[in-house]
Design a protein around this ligand. Structure first.
Ligand code: ATP
Ligand code: MG
Length: 248
């Protein structure tokens, strides 16, 4: 059984940082003392195990799956269920089966938050998810570029149509600040997040800078204390926690 607040991280467009945001938001909520699950629902392009450098598969107990624990977060991914890099040939209705499998056959324990990393695409997956988990809330990730915003808007419109609550917009790769400088360079343009927020009657809840990955560690996309993005993600965790608790 999945308990707690379920938050789907979505975007419409590929490569804008959904998986990175999902992982680092889950970690920041765990660092705030919350019980957190992170479920990678990108069935064909799972990336959470790689981001967290997870090499062990989940164990089973009495026919139930024990999720892999990483940074205090309970993780499940399609990546644990396939061998090596074998392509997955399952089709559409698979998402429903996987959500059901992960919800029913995994020993989650009591949870405060469930973060769902969604694949790119606004169509089937988002719609299926609305159907499968009607009480889930959404965070929409976009870059500041107008093209990304335009596509993300479709994802958001879908959420609005299906009466899903949008917690807010995360504008990722908003700007770049060189080391030892205060200057902000808007490499991918400006204003995309605000535009999207306006169109979806929502708010920009984070503007995350571009930061070079730390390739000297095994998990370069996990932002550790001392990095710029660590502080941003801790703030995002606190924001999400307060938004969820705020009375509607
Ligand atoms: N703020 C950032 N600064 C620098 N690099 C970033 C930032 N956010 C994400 N990236 C990088 O951008 C790439 C795409 O990120 P990610 O895989 O999280 O996107 P995605 O939206 O999940 O992609 P997909 O649609 O393929 O699932 C990764 O290499 C990631 O490390
Ligand atoms: Mg992804």
């Amino acid at each position: 059984m999945l308990t707690g607040e379920i938050i789907a991280v979505t975007s419409g467009k590929g490569g804008v940082g959904k998986s990175t945001v999902s992982v680092n938001l889950a970690l920041s909520l765990a660092r705030l003392g919350k019980q957190v699950a992170l479920i990678d629902l990108d069935i064909y392009g799972f990336s959470v195990p790689k981001i967290l450098n997870l090499t062990s598969k989940p164990k089973t107990m009495n026919g139930k799956i024990i999720p892999v624990e990483s940074y205090g977060v309970k993780v499940m991914s399609m990546g644990f269920l396939v061998k090596g890099n074998d392509p997955i040939v399952w089709r559409g209705p698979m998402l429903g089966k996987i959500v059901e499998h992960f919800a029913k056959d995994v020993i989650w324990g009591e949870l405060d938050y469930v973060i769902l990393d969604l694949p790119p695409g606004t169509g089937d997956v988002a719609l299926d998810l609305h159907h499968l988990i009607p009480n889930s809330k959404e965070i929409i990730v976009t870059t500041p570029h107008p093209a990304a915003t335009h596509v993300a808007e479709r994802a958001g419109t879908m959420a609005l149509k299906t009466k899903h609550e949008i917690l807010g917009i995360v504008e990722n790769m908003s700007y770049f600040t060189p080391p030892n400088s205060e200057e902000q360079y808007f490499l991918f343009g400006k204003g995309g997040g605000d535009q999207l927020a306006q169109e979806l009657h929502s708010e920009v809840i984070a503007r995350l800078p571009i930061e070079e990955p730390n390739t000297s560690i095994l998990t370069p996309s996990v932002y550790e204390p001392g990095s710029l993005l660590y502080d941003h993600y801790m703030t995002l965790g606190k924001t999400v926690d307060s938004l969820v608790k705020a009375p509607c």
